[in-house]
Structure formats: C-alpha cells, structure tokens
Design a protein around this ligand. Structure first.
Ligand SMILES: [Zn+2]
Length: 344
C-alpha cells in the first residue's frame, strides 16, 4: 500500500506512475494504454523473512542487515498501525502455545500502536515469497481491489516479484492488485483487509442485495467457484488421473474457468484450470480439445507470469506432447501411418 505521509516513487517505468488520489492516498495510474498480459514491474525484495510464522525478532534481524538507504525506503512504506484495540479480539485461548501467544501479542501491539514500527510496516506490506514472506518496495505501491486489473507472482527463476496486467487498462486508470483470495466472500474479505487498516469500496464490495449490481453477480460467481473448487480440489494435482475418470470432472473445471473469466481473473489460477482440462482431455484421448485447452493455459500463464516463470517450460512441453498426439491422430485418420509403413 502506498504511504499517505510522503509521496512514494515508482521505478522509472513506461507504464504507470504514482499519483495522489483524492481521499485515497496514492495510487499507481497508467500513463499509457496497457494491453492485457503486460509485465509492468519486476521488483527485487527489500526485506526477506524466510518463515511464515515470523516473530518480531526475525524482522529485526533481517532489517539490521540493510544499508541505510534501504532502511529509509522501508520506513517510507505505509503502516497500518493506530487501529482501535476494540476492533480486535482481546483474549487468547489458554490452549495457545507460548510462542504463538507471543506472536499474536506482538502483531496486536503493532496494529494498535501509536507509531509505525518494523512489524507494523511488515504486516501491512509483506507478500508471500516461497515458504516465507518479503517486502517488495515497489510492488506494495499498488492499491487493492477485490476485482483487480493486475496480478502479482513471486518468480523464483529471476528472484523478483512481477506485476502483470490481467485486462486492457486505459491511460489514466488506476492499476490494482488483490491482497485477498478471490474465492473469499465479502465478509471474509472485509475482515482480512482490516489487517491492512482499510475498508474496501471496490465494485465487488458494493450492494450485494441489488440483483442488477456487479457486487451481486460477483458474489454469485465467487460462491460457485468456491463450490467447484471444493468438489475438484482433491482430484487435481497428483490425483488428476482419478479425476479424469469421472465424467463430470472436466465439465466442472470448464465451468470454473468460465466463472473466473467472468470475474476478470486472468491469472495463474485460471491458467492452472485450463492446464488441468488439457491433461484430462489427453488422458481421455480427446487431443483436439486438449490442444485448445493447453494453448489457452499457456496464453494465460504467459500473460500473468511470463515465459521465464519456473514451471512455464514444463507446461509448454506437456502441451507440445498433446499436440504431437493430435498430429499422430490426424495422420492416422488420413492414412499417413499406413503410407509410412509401406514405404519403409
Ligand atoms: Zn472490495
């Protein structure tokens, strides 16, 4: 999140710049029309904490090794401190182990404290990075929307966080990312966003009772994606061949893909759904459909993560394999195989 105190800067960038927005602090505004699937930022981590359940001392240790300019950059980032203590649970269950209790207390103190601290800045700005979390000084400048037009990924191959656009963005439009999981409903999102110290007013957080509103449609889509995800999750990954044997499985994935596209989520999740559809089709010998789904998966993956993303090559090879099967199938249909045999 952009700081509301000092004007933040973006790295020299042809795509966007940081501008003050009335009543909203700062935001990243497109300075040209940007097509969907454009990488608009690669950002090296400023401060890395290699574990998910970090303590205050872990952040202090990471911070102590920074150069003074990096320390100043860290403290220029937004902090979600100063929240009312009454907004957060005041009791910790007696069964919570001592270390976790200390962790919760440290987090609570940072959120409700009077000034920005190492931990309050980390809470507000950290993003997942492998098994831990990191603060990326420029990626954090993007404001949140539950219906964002850009997405972020940690790319371990290049050691950078990337931001890619998920839609065509017009010059003057704000570029946003989502800090929360798209499957979460409005109430859960609001709770999660409180950790950042703000209330979201994006179109998806509008009046869900108005059946003509985007918020209503969005809530419906999220609910359905959640159900389909629950029904298919255990049959994806290494159990995909089991899923492939179920007649309704591919249709459920296809339905999920349609819903995600309807919500504008042209991200790694959507690419993953199309990739699984391709593998299921391959398993069932439907190579024509497999090629279509596979190409779609690669197109989306390229657009939201880039071809240098660690597992892109593996996905591209799988799609090539399906294409080869399709070519063989077409060849056999035209009797080419018989011709090959007779000439050898
Ligand atoms: Zn929202």
């Amino acid at each position: 999140m952009p700081s509301t105190d000092t004007a933040p800067v973006a790295p020299k960038n042809a795509y966007y710049e940081i501008r003050a927005l009335p009543g909203k602090g700062y935001g990243c505004i497109a300075i040209q029309n940007i097509s969907r699937g454009t990488r608009i930022l690669t950002d090296a981590p400023l401060l890395i904490v290699p574990m998910a359940d970090y303590m205050k001392t872990d952040i202090e240790l990471a911070f102590s090794s920074l150069a003074s300019a990096q320390k100043a950059l860290y403290f220029s980032l937004h902090s979600g401190h100063g929240q009312p203590a009454s907004a957060w649970p005041s009791q910790i269950h007696p069964s919570v182990p001592a270390r976790e209790r200390q962790r919760i207390e440290e987090q609570h103190a940072a959120r409700t404290g009077k000034e920005a601290t190492l931990i309050s800045i980390f809470q507000t700005n950290c993003m997942e990075m492998g098994a831990g979390a990191a603060v990326f000084p420029y990626a954090v400048r993007f404001n949140h929307s539950c219906n964002p037009n850009a997405c972020f990924s940690w790319n371990a191959a290049i050691g950078k966080e990337t931001i890619h656009t998920m839609r065509d963005i017009k010059e003057g439009e704000e570029v946003t990312i989502s800090y929360v999981d798209m499957e979460h409903d409005k109430r859960l999102r609001a709770w999660e966003l409180r950790h950042y110290g703000f209330v979201c007013d994006c179109p998806a957080c509008g009046d869900e009772d108005d059946e003509k509103s985007f918020a209503f449609e969005s809530a419906e889509r999220r609910l359905q994606v959640q159900e389909l995800d629950r029904e298919t999750r255990l049959l994806r990954g290494f159990k995909l061949t089991e899923g492939a044997k179920q007649p309704a499985f591919a249709n459920k994935l296809l339905k999920m893909a349609v819903l995600l596209q309807g919500e504008g989520c042209w991200d790694a999740r959507l690419a993953g759904v199309f990739f699984d559809i391709a593998l299921v089709c391959e398993y069932n010998g439907d190579y024509k459909m497999g090629v279509l789904a596979g190409e779609k998966a690669l197109q989306i993956k390229r657009g939201c993560q880039g071809i240098d993303f660690p597992n892109f090559k593996r996905h591209a090879e799988a799609v090539e394999r399906i294409k080869a099967s399709r070519r063989r199938e077409m060849g056999e249909a035209h009797g080419w195989k018989a011709l090959d045999c007779s000439s050898s």
